[in-house]
Each structure stands twice: as C-alpha cells, then as structure tokens.
Ligand binder design. Structure first.
Ligand SMILES: [Zn+2]
Ligand SMILES: [Zn+2]
Length: 376
C-alpha cells in the first residue's frame, strides 16, 4: 500500500531545518504485515528531542530512515499469528520492542531487550526486516521499530501496547515517550519517596513529566531547573514548588538552601554531560542522580571519584523509564485519568506532516514542549 511519510536521508544538515530541510515528505510503498506484525494507521505522533538527536547526528542511526518514535494509532491489519490484538484496537507505540525471551526480558528489564536493542541499532523491525520502500526501490530503515511520522506503519506486535479506546488519541501518543521516560525515571529508577526533595534538570516533555510524577509520588520540594526561565510557569503548573536557573552564580547555594543540603534525588533530562555534572553536584550526601537524557556519544561524565564513596552519591542511568510497557503504560494512563499526571499540560499544538522541519526548529529553540502531528 502507499503511505505518505517523513524520511531522513542525511544527518547533520545545518539548522535551521526550515531551510536545510533534512526531512523529506514522500510517498512510500509499505508492505503488508508479516508473521507477528501489525499494520497501524497513525492518529497522532509527537516530536521529541531524540528525533532531533538523529537529525543533528548526536544519536547516529542508519540512513535513510522513516523518523518518529512517539505515537498512537489504530490497528488496521494483523499479520499471521498475532492473536491478542484485533482490528480497530487502539495502541500506543513503545520505542524498544521486547522479545520476551532474552535475559533482560526474562529478568524484568524489557527496555534492555537484546533483540529489541539490536533491531533498533540496525534500523529494522524485531524480525530483522524492513517494510518501507521508496520510489527508487530503496529500503528505508525503521526508527526504533516505530517510524510513526507516516500515515501508516508496520510494527512488531511487541512494539505496541493496547489502550482503552476512551483515551483521546492525541494525548495517548505522549505516553509513548515523554511520559514513560519522565514518570518511569521517578517511579521505577529513583523510587522517589513521599516527603522527599526532587530536582528536575531540563523542562521539556520528559522533564515536565518527571515533575508531575514527583508530585504524584508525594515529593514535597520539587525544584524545576532550566536555563530557559520562560518554562518556569508551566513547570509550576505541573507541580514544581520552586524553579532555578543553573547558570545563576548562586545556583548550588540556592538549591542547597531550599532543600537543607541538596535534593535527595535529581532527574537529569537535558541530555548533556554539563547538566549531569550540575545535577550530581546538587544532590545531597547519599543522594541519587538519575540521568535520562541522551548525551552525545563522544561526551564523558566526569565527577570527583572520591565523592561517590565519601558522599555515598549514586548515579543511575534510566532508559525508557525502566518500564515494563504492558504494565506501566496502562498504569500511567490511569494516573492521568485520576488527575495525578496532568499530561495535557505538555501539549503545545497540532502540526501537519508538511510542517515538520520548521517544527523541529521550534523544538530545538525550546519554544514548545510537545507538538503533535495529527494525521486525520
Ligand atoms: Zn522520545
Ligand atoms: Zn528480549
């Protein structure tokens, strides 16, 4: 079948993308779903910083690629042996398919799935195959098994979680990356306790989701940290009790004063080693820094080695919120419905597929949180 899709042929074209236009909107041929796969008609897809990281080359991926990894849609066709989904089911995509059999999957850490990570690195579905072809007969790579910047996509059954159709689909897409990454870091990795203090570095979709989750977890001091102070009002609406600019001369002193020696937990959602170091320095003795942002692969995180021991500081990485998708995504959706995760606050407006290049410029500048492509 034919589908209109957003394709990247080359990374590291110069910004602004409205001029260099790294993303081409093209009609592609999409094969029918094979064994264990499904065809999904996309309803909504969010623009995330990890897509930008592909465009600017800080998260290198095989080219050419149909971009996009945060989305929701409706199942339109089932490949052979997909028995637990039906046509017209509503689904949210997850950006690491999980085989269910490897050691990480079998030990309850499916986001580290050996097979899913390998497929994502190669730009294939879990099957090792590719389903999009351009007009020259060239196979397109899949982005994290999702490739949702397309009217239709084919994905492994293991790349989606079924959701209640009553959930509005534009909101549903946000649970595919921003919400699970930020909230999962707070609940699963940091295990934030009621009455504790949490600092969140980086107030994009992931960081603001972490702020909401910190409030839901009962943290009583929630410090929103960003160099763009125009984001502070929104952070307060999401649950922040204070907001600080890390570029301020007195930043460390202020955050320590606010929290009696530093927050017990810091979530780093910027994706830079500078923010990681700032977050590490901010946490209290015995505190934990959880980093969820994707830093450039050539950058190193460097802190005084002795501080790990003498101050008993902990540094934890967290991929995709360390979630179990089929358990945690429905849980976070229920928390949204109960008013505990006000995900609507992340929404910055709808865009069309054709507006995608300029919309990534807006995201890179920090003008917006989550722009959502609405397909129909
Ligand atoms: Zn993302
Ligand atoms: Zn696995």
């Amino acid at each position: 079948m034919k589908t209109l899709a957003a394709v990247v042929y080359e990374m590291e074209l110069p910004a602004p993308y409205a001029e260099s236009r790294p993303i081409k909107i093209e009609e592609l041929e999409l094969e029918v779903p094979k064994e264990g796969e499904i065809l999904v008609e996309l309803t909504s897809a969010g623009l995330c910083h990890s897509d930008l990281s592909v465009l600017n080359g800080s998260r290198p991926r095989p080219m050419p690629m149909v971009l996009g990894h945060e989305a929701a849609g409706v199942v339109r066709e089932l490949g052979p042996n997909v028995r637990d989904l039906k046509i017209d089911d509503h689904v949210i995509f997850t950006f690491c398919p999980t085989c269910g059999h490897c050691v990480p999957c079998a030990t309850g850490r499916p986001v580290l799935c050996d097979c899913g990570q390998e497929a994502n690195a190669q730009g294939t579905l879990l099957s090792g195959e590719r389903r999009f072809t351009n007009k020259d007969g060239k196979k397109m790579n899949h982005h994290c098994g999702v490739s949702c910047f397309s009217q239709f996509t084919v994905a492994a059954r293991e790349s989606v979680v079924k959701v209640d159709p009553a959930l509005p689909m534009d909101k549903a897409s946000l649970f595919g990356c921003a919400v699970i990454t930020g909230a999962g870091a707070v609940f699963n990795r940091a295990a934030v306790e009621p009455g504790s203090s949490v600092a969140v570095f980086g107030l994009g979709g992931v960081g603001l989701s972490a702020v909401m989750a910190a409030k839901a977890a009962g943290a009583t001091k929630i410090i929103a940290v960003d160099m763009l102070e125009h984001k502070f009002d929104l952070a307060r609406k999401c649950g922040a009790t204070h907001a600080l600019n890390p570029a301020d001369e007195n930043f460390l002193e202020e955050i320590r004063d606010l929290t009696g020696g530093g927050p017990q937990c810091a979530i780093e959602a910027v994706g830079s080693e500078v923010a990681q170091i700032s977050a590490y320095n901010a946490i209290c003795r015995g505190g934990t820094m959880v980093t969820v942002g994707l830093a450039h692969p050539e950058k190193n995180f460097s802190v005084p080695a002795v501080s790990l021991v003498a101050l008993e500081k902990a540094v934890l990485g967290c991929y995709m919120g360390s979630i179990v998708p089929s358990v945690d995504i429905p849980k976070y959706v229920e928390m949204y419905r109960a008013g505990l995760l006000p995900v609507d606050l992340l929404f910055s407006g709808f865009i069309t597929l054709e507006e995608i290049n300029a919309s990534f410029d807006a995201l890179a500048r920090g003008d917006v949180i989550r722009q959502i492509i609405q397909f129909s």
